[in-house]
Design a protein around this ligand. Structure first.
Ligand code: SF4
Ligand code: SF4
Ligand code: SF4
Length: 494
């Protein structure tokens, strides 16, 4: 193996495109030491494991009252909001800690640290024709899991045992997939959280691990960052650091950083929204995932309105379905929003594209994909804002719940009688303004990103670029206004 050059003296760093980030924080000695250590990210995954199994145990053995049970309080009042915050600010930060993928990978590799070549898996390859669906499968599974969560009222929160079952479902799905398929097939295609983390995380400031000098990779004989070898495994997410151009699929596991014999991998940070505005390669599946997740976010607003409740009750009576939410209106509202997004882009494209052969005006995918990337910050802010009533109202109860996860008589530090059970972080009257602030930030980010995207990618496909700017701005403003009006109508309903 070639000797590692001192990265602080290496002046050969070249970036290839204007969108490539240039700040490599792995050049800081402390960060470099951390990333080289086998304790990273092992320690984080272990911490995630401890909390996850505590959630499962508390779900079965803890307090029967949902608002007092660690499983429900932690998962629905704290974790989901923090997971979204981490995603929109960092990117795939959650995947670093994630106990589901982490635990399954330990078993698949028969190792905690990833050293060695042994593995316990049938090593099947995900079929290419399924792979074309990409993140749409993950978004679909997220929608399915959310329906089940609503039906069983797990996050209301309902019976704590349902939260434990949700965690066990994720564990079982991850373990089965890791044992059947190679590497992190589960994370790329099946994990219900992956689409949310991927597309909402495009706003984040961590660009991921990338080659410092991509030209060096072209002549690298080892390709140790992506190939399995006797001393370890290649990138579990199938990412080649030399060609990564967005943070969509880098799980931040640092394996490529540890294994590159030429010290040619860095951890890059970027200005917020870079992976929305400037990836040189956009994915249609990610665009549809944005449209579907926006549909889900809108459903979760609409479901707080009395008109929706009446519709849902009527459908359940008519179809003899046992309870809210009826699958027909649930899927119908989500698909309607996605169809309106797709149809709106199609009509705009037809009306505004360049005169001449269709190829010169760009295909539907060439219009739809970048415009949905532009919409992704607003979608992410909508999902986050929907969590705020629970976060502001109950997050402090996580502390006494954690101090007494099994509902013992008094719990640690008298947790069962703690005043934190009843203390709010934000007054009820301030919940809606905070939701509007979050959605306003998402709207501003989407307007900015879409303006940049239109200028850089769509102007060349039309004779009327000003009209494209005006229509896309009006469409984003319209979606933002509709979301804001729904929050006003919901009046802070959790
Ligand atoms: S993709 Fe899913 S299972 Fe994989 S690390 Fe991320 S959250 Fe965990
Ligand atoms: S990142 Fe390192 S191991 Fe991977 S191709 Fe480039 S030089 Fe080779
Ligand atoms: S090996 Fe490197 S490129 Fe692949 S997921 Fe881990 S950090 Fe990202």
């Amino acid at each position: 193996m070639a000797a590692r050059p001192d990265p602080r003296r290496d002046r050969t760093v070249q970036r290839r495109t204007p969108g490539d980030p240039s700040l490599d924080i792995a050049r800081f000695p402390a960060v470099q030491r951390l990333l080289r250590s086998r304790a990273f990210p092992l320690g984080l995954v272990v911490a995630g494991q401890v909390v996850m199994w505590l959630v499962v145990a508390a779900g079965f053995l803890g307090a029967a009252v949902p608002g007092r049970n660690f499983a429900t309080v932690f998962t629905w009042y704290f974790w989901f909001a923090v997971f979204l915050l981490l995603t929109v600010t960092v990117g795939r930060g959650w995947c670093l800690v994630c106990p589901f993928g982490g635990q399954a990978q330990w078993l698949q590799r028969l190792s905690f640290t990833g050293r060695g070549r042994r593995s316990l898996t049938l090593g099947w390859t995900w079929p290419a024709r399924w792979g074309r669906w990409g993140l749409i499968v993950s978004a679909g599974l997220f929608i399915l899991v959310t329906w089940a969560e609503e039906f069983f009222r797990a996050a209301a929160p309902g019976d704590p045992v349902f939260t434990a079952y949700f965690a066990l479902f994720m564990i079982a799905l991850a373990l089965a997939t890791f044992l059947l398929f190679e590497r992190r097939t589960f994370c790329r295609y099946l994990c219900p959280l992956s689409a949310v983390v991927g597309v909402a995380g495009a706003t984040g400031v961590v660009a991921g691990f990338r080659a410092r000098n991509p030209d060096r990779c072209l002549t690298c004989a080892t390709k140790a960052c992506v190939r399995d070898a006797q001393d370890g495994h290649g990138c579990p997410w199938y990412v080649w650091p030399a060609s990564a151009e967005s943070n969509l699929l880098c799980g931040l596991c640092a394996e490529c950083f540890k294994r590159c014999p030429y010290d040619n991998v860095g951890l890059f940070v970027q200005p917020p929204l870079t992976s929305v505005v400037e990836p040189s390669h956009r994915r249609l599946d990610a665009a549809w995932a944005v449209a579907l997740l926006l549909g889900l976010a809108v459903f979760q607003q609409v479901n707080a309105l009395s008109a929706y409740r009446r519709l849902d009750a009527w459908l359940n009576r008519t179809l003899h379905f046992p309870g809210y939410p009826n699958p027909l209106d649930y899927v119908g509202i989500i698909c309607l929003v996605a169809a309106v997004a797709g149809g709106g882009v199609w009509l705009t494209m037809r009306a505004l594209r360049r005169e001449g052969p269709p190829a010169e005006g760009g295909s539907f995918a060439q219009w739809f994909t970048p415009l949905m990337y532009g919409l992704s910050p607003l979608m992410a802010s909508d999902i986050l804002a929907r969590q705020l009533p629970k976060l502001w109202g109950h997050v402090l109860s996580v502390l006494p719940a954690a101090a007494n996860p099994f509902a013992l008589h008094r719990g640690l530090w008298g947790a069962s009688a703690s005043p934190l059970w009843h203390l709010r972080l934000v007054a009820p009257g301030a919940v809606v303004p905070t939701q509007l602030v979050v959605v306003g930030a998402g709207l501003a980010a989407s307007l900015y990103a879409t303006a940049r995207i239109v200028r850089g990618e769509l102007d060349g496909m039309t004779d009327r670029p000003r009209l494209v700017h005006a229509v896309s701005t009006a469409a984003i403003l319209g979606v933002g206004a509709a979301i804001a009006l729904l929050y006003l109508a919901m009046r802070g309903t959790p």
